[in-house]
Design a protein around this ligand. Structure first.
Ligand SMILES: Cc1cc2nc3c(=O)[nH]c(=O)nc-3n(C[C@H](O)[C@H](O)[C@H](O)COP(=O)(O)O)c2cc1C
Length: 375
């Protein structure tokens, strides 16, 4: 008897190719986007968090980027339900998350996070800690209770990122992602709107990149040479969607080049809609430009599989489904290398396996109720 195998779906052909990120081989091109969930009381991810990530790895996600997790600096965050990436109990719990994902056949990196001037005074986990940032300026341009970072503050934060990265490798993670996006601390340095420093860390785009590049270099030094370091960045800020880091490809190159030189292996270019061209005169999106300018493997993201903006989705609106044919075209042209999926994967833990098997008729449209559970 002859057994005929059905032709693989186009999605499977393109998305199932393994990829090397420095010393790590990821089994396919599907990434789970980092999503803060606030389900970790005391900053400790529990068994429910292990299952949440493992379920998605078992269903075909090649690389999981965890929710943002605070580095070991008292001003890094402002919630006691967001996981921390420091402290014995917290790290022991994270080790179980990595173990669960590996047992399910996936790979996983923590997203290391410092929120900087977004922090409100008096919030947990360290109520007395001040908000800190490049110039003590909030994202809306106001000067609040924040503090301009001193040399000591810069060194403390650099050390906190480096220690978190070393811990990530020690407890079994496959790499790290540094959160340089969305108006949080690293992005507050990158962006002229929040960085008014007169020292070597402020001024032109290269100077504004100095702090992030020093963090990358310190992280690089604290882990093995083959351990992948991913850098996530964005043009938009969490309360300013029209903000731009770079108005031209030249400005973008000025920011990305020192980061790549400091040791970034992979860039994760965060946009809200992956199909939008970034600069006039080219169809390339932000990830496409990032790859063209740096030559590094690059992850795209933003409303993959969905036809509604994620900000609205975050605020409680649903979102209908959208075809990913255009995304597959760009991957095939190697404009970028991997695709991160956020809300569609929150909604449907089996999104990846369904897409890979061509079972797109079984995909579920996004309902913001998915934000309320950790299923
Ligand atoms: C609930 C939720 C939490 C998020 N938390 C983070 C985060 O911790 N770090 C981060 O870089 N981006 C975060 N994002 C942005 C996502 O990583 C992603 O870029 C965005 O949702 C767009 O992808 P999507 O349209 O596929 O959802 C979050 C998004 C959502 C919906």
């Amino acid at each position: 008897m002859t057994v005929t195998t059905p032709p693989a779906s186009r999605a499977a052909e393109i998305l199932s190719r393994p990829i090397a990120l420095n010393g790590l081989t990821v089994p396919n091109r599907i990434v789970m986007a980092p999503m803060t969930r606030q389900f970790s009381p005391g900053g400790i991810p529990g068994e429910d968090v292990v299952s949440y990530y493992s379920r998605r790895a078992a269903a075909g996600v090649g690389l999981i980027v965890t929710e943002g997790t605070y580095v070991g600096h008292d001003s890094a965050g402002q919630s006691s339900r967001i996981p921390r990436f420091h402290g014995e109990e917290q790290l022991a719990a994270w080790a179980k998350v990595a173990e669960g994902v590996h047992a399910a056949g996936g790979t996983i990196v923590p997203q290391l996070w410092h929120i900087g001037m977004v922090r409100k005074q008096g919030q947990p986990p360290f109520a007395d800690a001040p908000a800190v940032g490049p110039s003590g300026i909030r994202l809306d341009g106001t000067e609040g209770e924040g503090k301009e970072m001193t040399r000591q503050d810069l060194d403390d934060v650099i050390r906190a990122f480096a220690e978190a990265a070393a811990d990530a490798e020690r407890i079994g993670f496959d790499g790290v992602e540094l959160h340089g996006a969305h108006g949080y601390l690293l992005d507050q340095f990158l962006w002229a709107g929040t960085n008014r420093r007169a020292d070597a860390y402020g001024g032109d785009p290269v100077a504004r990149t100095k702090f992030a590049a020093e963090i990358v270099a310190a992280v690089r030094d604290s882990v093995s040479p083959e351990f992948p370091v991913i850098f996530r960045y964005s043009q938009w800020k969490s309360d300013n969607y029209d903000a731009r880091l770079a108005e031209t490809p030249e400005e973008l190159e000025a920011i990305l080049t020192p980061l790549a030189a400091a040791g970034v292996d992979v860039f994760h270019a965060s946009t809200r809609r992956y199909w939008l061209p970034e600069f006039e005169g080219s169809d390339l999106n932000l990830a496409g430009w990032t790859k063209k300018l740096t030559g590094k493997p690059t992850i795209t993201v933003g409303s993959v599989g969905l036809d509604g903006d994620f900000i609205k989705g975050f605020m409680g609106e649903g979102s209908p489904l959208k075809s990913i044919d255009d995304l597959l075209d760009s991957l095939e042209r190697e404009e970028y290398d991997m695709v991160a999926v956020g809300r569609a994967l929150l909604q449907d833990p089996e999104w990846a396996s369904k897409v890979l098997a061509g079972r797109t008729d079984e995909l579920k449209s996004y309902d913001a109720a998915a934000l309320k559970t950790l299923s």
